[in-house]
Design a protein around this ligand. Structure first.
Ligand SMILES: [Zn+2]
Length: 264
């Protein structure tokens, strides 16, 4: 079973044929890939398989029950919207509060502002560190504020990798990537929620509340699988990580085993 017509990505769908598909940013660098999307799935049930270059974004739709796999070695900023009501969005606070934890992994859910489960993490191979639910996302402005000392970004390892010279500062970040890929759905940039930051391990001092970035990332490729609990518009950005970011792979599958994962 492939993607039904309603779920065609307006960026990607032209006439229902497999074709050259633009993804990522359309300014600056713009790699293109070719894959089959409409009504076609391979024997593994793959509906979508795409590599998102470093500091680029991707938006796509999933139907309830389908599975999303994000594979990579660097940070991925991940957001979701209710496809049937795009004003209902992923919410960091609900996700933490409703599950009484600041880290989520297998068996946990991404919760919307309206307290509805959007996605369940059904598999998580990242064991070296944690995923983040505290931070927002990088952007040109954020890079500039850090470079000028007007915003903080401190690493637990005591190293300061933040770009300082204007020519070293990326001209865009996850904020701009997500804006661009969500534009076809008329998502106002101000309505993009703070993300679930996959593979972003933070250190939080439990007494002072001070928050530290770390260099802890998957030592080899790791993946996180999500099962859609509602029809979702999903968008993600392969974070530039001030130059250290890498491309990430995104796949969508028909869910074959279903059910609630046993591990929690
Ligand atoms: Zn970023």
């Amino acid at each position: 079973m492939g993607f039904p017509p309603w779920s065609c990505d307006p960026l990607l769908h032209r006439g229902g044929e497999a074709e050259a598909l633009p993804f990522g940013r359309t300014r600056g660098f713009k790699p293109r890939v070719r894959y089959n999307l409409i009504g076609i799935s391979d024997p593994m049930g793959t509906l979508l398989s795409v590599v998102v270059p470093k500091n680029a974004g991707k938006a796509f739709m999933v139907k309830k029950g389908q599975r999303i796999r994000v594979t990579g070695r660097s940070v991925v900023d991940f957001v979701a919207f209710n496809l049937n009501d795009l004003t209902e969005r992923f919410d960091q606070a609900r996700t933490k509060t409703n599950q009484a934890k600041v880290y989520i992994s297998t068996g946990d859910q991404l919760i919307s502002k309206l307290n509805n489960p959007m996605l369940t993490i059904v598999e998580d191979s990242f064991k070296e560190g944690r995923h983040d639910l505290q931070k927002g996302m990088c952007s040109r402005k954020r890079f500039e504020l850090v470079a000028k000392g007007l915003a903080k970004r401190v690493f637990a390892e005591g190293i300061d990798p933040n770009p300082k010279k204007p020519e070293e500062i990326p001209d865009h970040g996850c904020w701009e990537n997500l804006q661009e890929v969500l534009e076809p759905w008329n998502i106002d940039p101000r309505d993009i929620p703070s993300p679930f930051n996959i593979f972003q391990t933070m250190r939080i001092d439990q007494d002072t509340g001070k928050m530290f970035d770390t260099f802890i990332r998957p030592s080899d490729e790791d993946h996180v699988d999500f099962r859609a609990e509602m029809d979702c518009l999903v968008a993600l950005s392969a974070c530039p990580e001030s130059g250290r970011g890498q491309a990430v792979k995104v796949e969508v599958f028909e869910d074959r085993d279903g059910g609630v994962p046993e591990e929690r």
